[in-house]
Design a binder for this molecule. Sequence first.
Ligand SMILES: NC(=O)c1ccc[n+]([C@@H]2O[C@H](COP(=O)([O-])OP(=O)(O)OC[C@H]3O[C@@H](n4cnc5c(N)ncnc54)[C@H](OP(=O)(O)O)[C@@H]3O)[C@@H](O)[C@H]2O)c1
Length: 138
Amino acid sequence: MAADVRVICAIGRSGQLGLNGHLPWEGNPGRPFVEDVERFFEISRGHVLVAGPTTIGAVPDFARETRTLVTIRSHEDPREVLSRFPDRVVFIGGGPKVWDVYAPFVRHWDVNVLPYDGEADRWFDPAWLLAGGAARRG
Ligand SMILES: NC(=O)c1ccc[n+]([C@@H]2O[C@H](COP(=O)([O-])OP(=O)(O)OC[C@H]3O[C@@H](n4cnc5c(N)ncnc54)[C@H](OP(=O)(O)O)[C@@H]3O)[C@@H](O)[C@H]2O)c1
């Protein structure tokens, strides 16, 4: 069976995703922010996390041994990457350029909107949510 391809991401109220290589709200001790990170590592435990170099580099040590981490580069074919993991749940971890390419393969989007209104240099694109349908319609 083909991989079950999913995304879990968190965005600010305007779609903020990242800032200077980190989560824009990193270090904020507020409950929604802390719970969001805990939930990500809980749900993705035991599964495959495929992402760009910056995103994989930000995975904390405690989470590295409890999931399969795969750093992808732009020359790689997404179909070939996904074909390495038949029967596995594969989370596509971003960043945006990665989601641009992998969105057509994603079956399940889990998007948590956090109470953040500050700046960002990486943004969520709502078109990703419909990319799978567009691909299926041809
Ligand atoms: N809020 C969230 O849920 C969330 C989740 C993930 C990331 N983020 C944030 O996003 C930022 C990191 O993302 P980023 O985009 O800057 O860096 P990234 O994670 O390294 O991802 C982008 C890189 O992935 C590589 N890549 C691999 N496959 C690709 C493909 N098929 N097409 C295009 N590029 C591909 C490219 O590098 P090469 O061209 O060098 O191969 C590209 O520059 C951070 O600020 C992070 O905190 C937020």
